[in-house]
Design a protein around this ligand. Structure first.
Ligand code: SF4
Length: 447
């Protein structure tokens, strides 16, 4: 179980030297407990104590990594049941099923959809994460060909159904550190040896909690910890959901180390119809599925699922933000209005939508307010005349427009005079308080 800040504090030197970058040992301990910094930042803790703290602070659900470099996928690492208790650490990974039994064209179309269906929302890039490659026709040749085709595109989960096939597959993709799938109880030892050889995690086929415990126990006795529960493809969505909820509860509430591993579930096997499949995926995602395998991607289903994932896995203590930048709305040119606001994502979406509604192309200049809304940012001193002026000067907006008029939110009208002083040559225009009034306001624009 994760240690509290006070428990960690007991192990610290208590000299408040600040070499860790934090003013006091107590504050450092609190930051370590909240996973905001690492225990290794304090140079005065012995390796033995570090090891004790790392072991004691490990999350109840082990974090598992597969894939390499920018394709790396993180599963698990969770320590809470509800995100408001702290946050969820690693978003549910979304995989696409490719099978050797399918026609080449079917797999090619799926791979094309995987590459194509990528989105951006509130400054976040949204996309699927891995291919789940299954040798469902027991053809080693087809299996190796398919793996070769996709191994450089994304992380892989490799499902062979025989240890022999798995060994062959790993000679081709072992260096990509795939998630090795399909280990049954009877050949667990062989799969563990293979996973150890390539430094890969292993997904074990667990049909029930007792079986999952027994297989984990055996793996741990063999010195192997990088496990994922592959929750029976033949089961129902209800059985998958039950397994997912019970393992998270057991790991977090009961401190059951034998069930503290991520889960891999298969909406592709639960539903043949795509709407039902994606609906079930969203339910499983909300209740602890670490990875999901879908039979195919269509934008109208994938995008809502990715958006739901973004909402579930954002840190509730950190508001969604937009990067500080100048956003061009419509075909804005040097005569277009310049509208200023904060970088709270909700504000950005509401205001940018109203600018679009006005049909008046504009430069929308977003200042970093650490995700605070206009009034809150102003009250916190993050949307004051001097800070706005400093950003406007360095933003480059003066090179994009020939006029010198800046529209600020009505809520900070009090800053307009000070802002004009800070920005010589600029005329500050107070815009409406309510974004809904922007279309009518912008229609009056003339530079
Ligand atoms: Fe305390 Fe270590 Fe940080 Fe110094 S470096 S303040 S001793 S935690």
């Amino acid at each position: 179980m994760a240690l509290t800040g006070i428990e960690i504090f007991k192990y610290l030197p208590k000299t408040n030297c600040a070499e860790c970058g934090i003013a006091t040992c107590l504050a450092f301990a609190m930051n370590v407990a909240a996973a905001k910094t690492g225990i290794d930042k304090c140079p005065y803790i012995s390796d033995q104590i570090k090891e004790t703290l790392v072991e004691s602070s490990a999350p109840p659900v082990r974090q598992i990594l597969f894939g390499t470099g920018s394709q790396e996928v993180k599963l698990g690492g969770e320590s809470v049941l509800f995100r408001h208790e702290r946050r969820f650490e690693n978003q549910t990974a979304i995989g696409l099923l490719l099978t050797t039994g399918a026609a080449c064209q079917v797999n090619d179309d799926k791979v094309a959809s995987f590459k194509e269906l990528r989105y951006e929302r509130a400054g976040h890039k949204l996309a699927a994460d891995f291919f789940f490659v299954e040798n469902d026709n027991n053809s080693s040749k087809d299996f190796l060909n398919l793996l070769m085709k996709v191994k450089d595109i994304a992380a892989l989960a490799v499902c062979a159904y025989s240890l022999q096939d798995a060994k062959q597959a790993m000679t081709v993709v072992g260096q990509c550190k795939p998630l090795l799938c399909g280990a049954l109880e009877e050949d667990l030892e062989g799969y563990i040896a293979l996973a150890k050889q390539y430094g890969c995690p292993l997904a074990i086929v667990a049909l029930s909690l007792p079986q999952a415990r027994a297989m984990t126990q055996k793996a741990l006795s063999l010195g192997f910890k990088d496990l994922v529960f592959s929750v029976g493809t033949g089961g129902s969505v209800a059985a998958g959901l039950e397994f997912s909820v019970e393992t998270r509860n057991a790991a977090v509430k009961d401190k059951d180390k034998l069930l503290g591993f991520p889960t891999l579930l298969y909406p592709c096997a639960f539903n043949k119809d795509l709407p039902g499949q994606f609906l079930n995926a969203s339910i499983l995602m909300a209740k602890y599925a670490s990875a999901l395998v879908m039979s195919e991607f269509k934008g109208q289903f994938l995008y809502p699922l990715l958006t739901a994932r973004l909402n579930i896995f954002t840190d509730p203590q950190r508001p969604l933000t937009m990067p500080q930048s100048i956003y061009t709305i419509g075909k804005a040119d040097e005569n277009s209005p310049v509208v200023l606001s904060c970088n709270f994502a909700l504000t950005y979406f509401i205001v940018s939508a109203e600018i679009e509604n006005s049909m008046v192309p504009a430069h929308f200049i977003i200042k970093d307010t650490e995700g605070l809304s206009v009034l809150t940012a102003w009250a916190a001193g993050k949307f004051s005349a001097d800070s706005i002026a400093a950003y406007v000067k360095k933003s480059g907006i003066a090179d994009k427009v020939t006029h010198r008029k800046l529209i600020i939110p009505g809520y900070v009208s009090i800053e307009s005079a000070a802002l004009e002083e800070e920005l010589p040559g600029w005329q500050v225009i107070v815009g409406p308080q309510d974004a809904a009034a922007l279309p009518a306001f912008l229609k009056q624009w003339s530079c």
